[in-house]
Design a protein around this ligand. Structure first.
Ligand code: PLP
Length: 418
């Protein structure tokens, strides 16, 4: 049996040691500015600012955008719940648009329908690494005089019509937590084309006090080291997997309990406070940016194996990993009826899957529907492990475990995989 963790947090040899030296102040500074510069080149935008997280950067961005209370922001109903919570906390109104069930992203046709006199902005989220129809949405926003914000937390390096996502909007947001495409052990970047608002954002963040900054970075770094250790294949198999299996016997998703996103409206502050992006994070970002396209391509190839091996399984719906980096497979999602039974079956076979942290935000915030595009999707999504560090055989092993659950014969691939 193979044991496959839901997440593999791994760096190239020497990278972590180098970042530790930077954290200790033993190596040159100025890396954050260099990372921001390289990031603007990567996305082809004029400005980029590194922030402690997307949620913090987004809160601050909404403050400097100076919308009036009651102004409306259109966003996808199937979403990361923290984003509409932040919108609401600032006295703005999140207006939910239905999704396209074939991409799980906002349906551009729905946006036009929802625009009112109070609409000021549209947020387009490129969910799970699949780019939304950014070109069309950019056109709508330009014609209607709306600000376009792109939530590219899952999609660093994804493309739409040959252009990097995040660069279509007035603002684009990228997140670098441990489950993301580019990992700087937390943190993110806000990119922009809007000189005036970006200057206000930069001034605002540069003038904040950061008490305990050093301690914040160090404790965060150590927490992430623990995650790296525990997602290492061997340590995971010996130290973590038996506990997950045991906990599952009493129907407890222990990892979700311990690490799941418990962010509620009480956690969303009315005043944005952003810790700076640390030099050691910038070093990790700079190193990965150089090989980001290659890492994404490798993960795409892994995901395409799952696509191929699961193609005939009628009981699941997949979001196929189409070429040209339109879907960079930050997560590989399957949508099926009895997701809990599937997860349990896979766990017994050593595969630690993840319940999606995205949710029906319209329902969560009591907004009116209907949302037919979301019907039968929002609570049926399972994320299969899909990291560029997994082998072809591990992908085949996963596919066969899924096939087995639905009563399909095993398939063979490179190396047999059985
Ligand atoms: C779609 C989406 N948007 C925004 C965020 C927030 O990113 P951060 O954790 O950097 O605040 C997340 C976090 O996972 C996310 O999944």
């Amino acid at each position: 049996m193979k044991v496959i963790p839901r997440r593999l947090v791994a760096f190239e040899k020497g990278e972590l040691a180098a970042s530790w030296r930077v954290l200790r102040g033993e190596e040159e500074a100025g890396l954050v500015a260099e990372f921001e510069q390289r990031f603007t080149e990567y996305v082809s935008v004029p400005y980029a600012m590194a922030v402690s997280s997307v949620r913090d950067g987004f809160s601050c961005l909404l403050d400097v955008l100076e919308f009036a209370p009651g102004d409306e922001i259109i966003m996808a109903a199937y979403n990361y719940h923290v984003m509409p919570l932040i919108v609401k906390k600032r006295g703005l109104v999140p207006v939910f648009a239905d999704i396209d069930p074939d991409t799980l992203n906002i349906d551009p046709g729905q946006i036009e329908r929802l625009i009112t006199d109070k609409t000021r902005a549209v947020i387009v989220t490129h969910l799970f690494g699949r780019s939304a129809r950014a070109t069309e949405i950019q056109k709508i926003c330009r014609e209607r005089g709306l600000i376009l914000l792109e939530d590219a937390a899952h999609a660093c390096g994804a493309e739409c019509d040959g252009r990097k996502v995040g660069g279509f909007g007035d603002f684009g947001m990228f997140s670098f937590g441990t489950g993301k495409c580019l990992v700087t052990l937390g943190g993110g970047v806000i990119v922009s084309r809007n000189t005036e608002v970006f200057t206000r954002l930069r001034e605002r963040l540069d003038n904040q006090d950061h008490p305990g900054e050093r301690w914040h970075s160090t404790s965060y770094y150590l927490k992430c080291l623990l995650q790296i250790a525990l997602t290492n294949r061997t340590l995971f198999a010996v130290l973590v997997y038996p506990w997950i299996l045991l906990a599952d016997l009493i129907r407890l998703d222990i990892i979700e309990r311990l690490t799941g996103d418990k962010y509620t409206s009480a956690d969303v502050s009315a005043k944005s406070q952003v810790q700076p992006f640390a030099e050691f994070q910038a070093l990790l970002g700079l190193q990965q940016l150089k090989r980001l396209d290659a890492m994404n391509d490798k993960r795409i190839a892994r995901a395409q194996l799952l696509d191929r091996y699961l193609e005939d399984v009628k009981e699941i719906k997949r979001i196929p990993v189409v070429g040209n980096r339109e879907h960079i497979a930050q997560s590989y999602t399957v949508i099926c009826d009895d997701k809990n039974a599937l997860r349990r079956h896979l766990l017994r076979k050593g595969i630690d899957t993840k319940e999606s942290s995205m949710r029906n935000c319209a329902q969560f915030l009591g907004a009116d529907g209907p949302f037919p595009g979301m019907a039968g999707i929002d609570d049926r999504i399972v994320e299969l492990p899909c990291s560029q560090h997994l082998s072809e055989n591990e992908m085949l092993y996963q596919a066969n475990a899924v096939r087995d659950f639905f009563g399909y014969p095993m398939t063979s691939g490179p190396g047999g995989g059985r």
